[in-house]
Every structure is written in C-alpha cells, then in structure tokens.
Design a protein around this ligand. Sequence first.
Ligand code: SF4
Ligand code: SF4
Length: 352
Amino acid sequence: MRSSKTYQLKTADINKFFDVLKEKYAIYAPVRIPSGGRYAGQDSILYKEIERYEDIEFRERSTYAMKEVITPITQTLFYFTDDEFRESKLEETRDLLIFGRACDINAVKIQDQIYCENGGITDPFYQRRREKVKFALMECPEEFDGCFCCSVGSNVTDMHSLAFSFGEEGAYIEVKDESFDDYFTGCEEADYEITFPMENKLKVDFPVIESLDMANKLKEHPMWEEFDARCIACGACTVACSTCTCFETTDIIYTQNGKAGERRRTCSSCMVDGFDRMAGGACFRHKISEKYRYKILHKVYGHDARFHTGPMCVGCGRCSARCPQLIGYPETLNKLSRAIEEIKQEEEVCHA
Ligand code: SF4
Ligand code: SF4
C-alpha cells in the first residue's frame, strides 16, 4: 500500500460514498439495539449490516465482538443425503467492509492463525469468507471501561484499508488502500492524522509462562479454587471474546426426509458443560475451576506455545463486561502473575 490520504466528509457525503460502496461491499459496523441488552431497558451494541453513517455506534464499545461477521454464531457447512453431500454456498456475493477498532482487527489476526495456520490445515469455510474482508479502522479517541489493549500490544494495526475519526456531523477518513481512491475523486485532502491509543488507565501485568513445567505447576496452584464458588460456567465471557473460536458441530436431520439434512457449526465455549465430552462419554474437566483454569492457561500459554505470537487476547475487556458474576479477567491475570513469582521463589529456595 502507498502512503495514505485523508479527507474530511460531512454525513451526507459519507452516505453518498456508502451508496456507491454498497454495490461492491456489504458494510458491517456496530449498531445500537435499543432495549436489546441483558437487563430491562438496557441497550446492546451488535454488529449488523449498515446502510448509513448514522447507523454506526462509534461512541461505545460493541457488546459482542467483530468475529460474528466472519464466523456467524451458527452456519451451515454442508447439506447431505444418504449418499452424497454439497458444501453450502456463501449467501453474500459482495465483499465485506467491516468497521472495527485496532484491538478488534488484531483479534482477526489471532483467528486467522487458529482457522488457517493450525497444524497445516486451513478451514475452507472460514477462509472463503475471510478472503472477502477489508477493514475500516475506528479511531479510539477515548478508552472504554476495562480496556487494556496497550498491555498486550494490540493498540496499533496496519491491517485496515480505511480509517475513520468519527464526529457527530461527519468524519475524517484516511484512505490507505488505493482501490478506494476513485471513491474520493474531487475531494480535497485534509490535514488530520488518525491516532492510536498509547496508554490505558488499566494496566495488566500479562503473565509470561516460560515452560511447560511452569504451566503444569500452575495447574496445581490453589488460586483456581475460588472459581468453583464464583463462576457459574455460563460461557458468556467466551462468546463475547474477540479471540475465542470454540465451536461444536451438529447434524440436523430434516423431519420430512429422514435421509437428508445439514451439518451446522455453532459457536460454543470451553466453559460450558459437555464441551470436552469425548466418544464414550468421558470428560476431562469436571469442576468449574478446571474449566476456568483451562480457559485462562490457553489464552496465556497454550496458544503461544503453538504459534509463538504472544497472548491470545487483545485486551478488549468484553469478557469482564459480560460476566454476570463480575469476575474480572485482568484481576485473574494479575493473580496468575503473582502465582508465577511465588513458584519461582519457592524453586529458588529449594535450589539454595
Ligand atoms: S480474553 Fe477478554 S480481554 Fe482478551 S480478547 Fe477475550 S474478551 Fe477481550
Ligand atoms: S462469564 Fe463469568 S461466570 Fe460466566 S463462564 Fe465466564 S467467568 Fe464464569
């Protein structure tokens, strides 16, 4: 990509831009759903296809993550009869332009690893949709409660094609991807630079687990026990998480023709009962504290042990915001860091 150009457009002009853009792209962005939240009268902010600039909720963090546009909560992978099958087709033939913050876009990098670089196998259902995606960065002039993107290095990205600095009457739009240049022919360039957050109020001491031996010692640490009483294993934290990818597959047999059906992939969670059930009925993690420990150690250690790219977390803060039990993920991380220090000190004493 060449060096970017920035323009200032009023709302009406952005809507004209969107009208032309929609011929090639389905545009997705966070949208406010009045009274759509968990409690009576509470709104939620969900990713939806938008028509106009005014549809975009840019003042607050979305309740759920951008991942739902690329990997819907439920999707049909293929249809089958008793002796043949065919893959589902993409319903949307246009490309996708998705609005997201730097952390949201960095989360897609992690999802790309899990779906496309895991053991040399690429998930074709993810890849075919991902290939059609471009990103419009949403500038974060203010941070949201519980964000800690700077502690995990997800505050900056260059994966976007456009960047928007939002205002009530229009926006500054940075154009990085030259395939969008034609849309701005005749517009005057503006003197504005899109910025990234460089410091959060919340600072998290993200734990570093240097060896499998340390990970195994942490599994035995008493810090997890409190979660048997506190966590209700609802999975809300993982469903809202920008980077979690757990899913289950289900065969739906059509009732009118018992030999035909479809296989669906549906979002799931390592926190819910039955997720780890194997053929024969065996499960590995029975206690809630074991499920929670697995989730945390996977984000801190397991993902990095496989991909060597650091935390499986972008510090978006959605997990803590969604937890009905008010369990703070950053506090768990800080406790884990303290447990690592404790184990190291015990080891030093033993070796002294
Ligand atoms: S673990 Fe929490 S803070 Fe990290 S990416 Fe997931 S939802 Fe965001
Ligand atoms: S949202 Fe909270 S209570 Fe529910 S599984 Fe996650 S940590 Fe446990």
